[in-house]
Design a protein around this ligand. Structure first.
Ligand SMILES: [Zn+2]
Length: 251
């Protein structure tokens, strides 16, 4: 019960946009993965720091890191994952050498959290079950551009209280292998990010993977986006939701 209480408190804190440090010991543990086999973002250290600080500020979770192939081998076997409540893919890219990649997806499905940030959808292009788990796949991006994010669910912890539209200047991903029927869209554009032609462009969503909860945001290429208060609130809400904060919707 103490864990549930801690999460509920952390969620109340984030919804109030008050990130003052909590006294309680972290209730949950997340493994933050930043190994890359394709493009490597300079902003990865910022992603790591933002996630760690958000966990400490709300007292909801602590983090470990998997930054090398050796870390993946040691910490991501199904047995070793038992030490964690969830995993964050921090702009990972390419086909990561996990010791048991299907075992990892099966572990999430037992009721664990998966959080993907930015290039997490540019990961495991050669492993379709991962794409199905995260809910979409990076297709391409144009030049960095200012877009108006439209909130699709104002009640979800990842978007509650967020202005709609919210203007952001970032590298904006376009997706493939995204199925609106299998995801709960949280942020989207109603026009092409660079060309302005009308359309539907999902940029953040949640979904369930078995009993697990998956949250993904395509935003966060730029460090000034990662450091923005609205982004931190968006990310923390998504993390806490994925960790199963009580009183939150299941999608
Ligand atoms: Zn990027």
């Amino acid at each position: 019960m103490r864990h549930l209480t801690g999460l509920a408190l952390a969620l109340a804190v984030v919804l109030a946009a008050d990130l003052t440090p909590a006294e309680a010991a972290p209730a949950k543990k997340l493994l933050v993965v930043s190994v890359t086999k394709g493009f490597r973002h300079d902003s990865i250290p910022t992603v790591e720091r933002v996630v760690e600080v958000l966990g400490k500020a709300g007292g909801a979770f602590a983090v470990d890191y998997a930054r090398t192939d050796a870390d993946l081998a040691a910490r991501m076997t199904p047995a070793a994952l038992g030490a964690y409540d969830g995993v964050v893919f921090a702009s990972t890219t390419g086909d990561l050498p996990l010791p048991d990649r299907q075992g990892f997806l099966d572990w999430i499905a037992t009721g664990k959290a998966f959080v993907g940030i930015h290039a997490a959808t540019d990961t495991f292009p050669g492993f379709p079950p991962y794409i199905a788990m995260i809910g979409g796949q990076f297709l391409k991006h144009g030049p960095q551009v200012k877009v108006d994010l439209l909130v699709q669910d104002p009640e979800h912890p990842a978007t509650k209280g967020m202005a709609s539209p919210t203007a952001v200047f970032d590298e904006i991903y376009q997706m493939k292998n995204f199925d609106q029927a299998k995801t709960h869209t949280l942020l989207a554009l109603d026009k092409h990010p660079n060309e302005g032609t009308p359309g539907f462009y999902p940029l953040a969503w949640s979904r369930e993977h078995g009993k697990g909860r998956v949250f993904y945001t395509a935003l966060g290429h730029r460090e000034d986006v990662l450091e923005a208060d609205w982004f931190k609130k968006h990310l923390l809400g998504g993390i806490l939701w994925s960790l199963g904060a009580p009183g939150t919707p299941s999608k």
